[in-house]
Design a binder for this molecule. Sequence first.
Ligand SMILES: *Cc1c(COP(=O)(O)O)cnc(C)c1O
Length: 418
Amino acid sequence: MREFQSKKDVMIIGGMSTTKIAERFGTPVMVTDESALRENYRAIYKAFNDKFPTRINYACKANTNLSILRILEQEGSCIDAVSIGEVESCLRAGFVPERILYTGVSVSDAEMRAVAERRVPINVDSVNQMHRLAGMNPKHPISLRVNPDVGSGHSQKVVTGAKGAKFGIPKEEIIAAYAEAIELGFLPRGLHAHTGSGGRDPAVFGRVTEVMVEIFERIRSELGLKLEFLDIGGGMGIPYRPEEEIMDLDAVAAEVASKLKGSGVRTLVIEPGRYIVADTTVLLTKVNDVKSTPVRDYALVDAGFNTLIRPAFYDSYHPVAVANRFGHAADVKYDVAGPICESGDYLAKERMLPRVQVGDLLCVYDVGAYGFAMSSNYNSRPRCAEVLVLDGKASLIREREKVSDMFRHQKVPARLRE
Ligand SMILES: *Cc1c(COP(=O)(O)O)cnc(C)c1O
């Protein structure tokens, strides 16, 4: 969580008063600090490149807002995309195809053809997929995804690298898969793995690198193929809870680099998503109602799990503050819940906050990753607006949806229209 300043008790982000942002753009609204985004990118770029030549493939599923993508394109980032929609978003944001790597799972022929036609390199998830691609273009640039049998994550739901996961080619079959790729006419360029999301332990990144270096060397000695890159995926976490420690970027980079030393690997690729965007963005949400029950007190706000699903879905913790009484003594314990008609709809549980009143503005921190990206129209609620702030100026980067937007794709058969 970043430190925020206040002016006359009102929390400031990017030099802008949060209450002014809420007045101007309405709530709920997600507000991204452009300098924080650039800072995060530069920090991870530097930490790794100080130790080893590293390409950063921003895992854009964390946040695909076109303005965020534009900023990262300007910073020199590359992209990890997991769908044709993400590929198209990144092309639209100005990324050239070579700066994108497409890593799908359960890939249809139609999607693979579309990605290939846009000349975006494909990171193959299965031998079956590789055969289907060979039928389209056996010269397409590919790499292979291995399941490294090294998993990690903040929740079981996001562990991707453990044995038995649906992702990649099992470690035991990966050499044979490269041999088959060569037979099919491909010239594979790299080896990829992704352990999971939200880990902060340098040892895990070291372990997966070690497994992959071993495979890299077997591919060279047994098949005579020298790969250009080793892509160890993303998963670099951030501390959401106040008692959690930040991930030591330099330690992770040093641990990974130590496993690469003398290996013959020329380029390391990493795919941080969360790390780059999570703490750049806050959710501003207005208090609609305050309720005391015999068991607990509720601050009822205008954002629910339709806007931010992480607490309900992963039991994730996001810090909360009262933005218009910032820094005041916290003396009442609240559950912060939204307008969705399910008791599982909450943003925060048992939080000490300054006494909350109807009309107050709450700020939920660290929503830049898997925040808007996972939001929905559940309960027929339009998705929220997104705003970018820099040096005291705010720009709308996504309009708030309207109720009418939700009718756009629906069709009512003529016989029901009478
Ligand atoms: C989700 C994902 C990432 C990024 O994960 P983070 O935890 O956001 O860093 C990287 N690579 C692949 C293949 C992914 O699916």
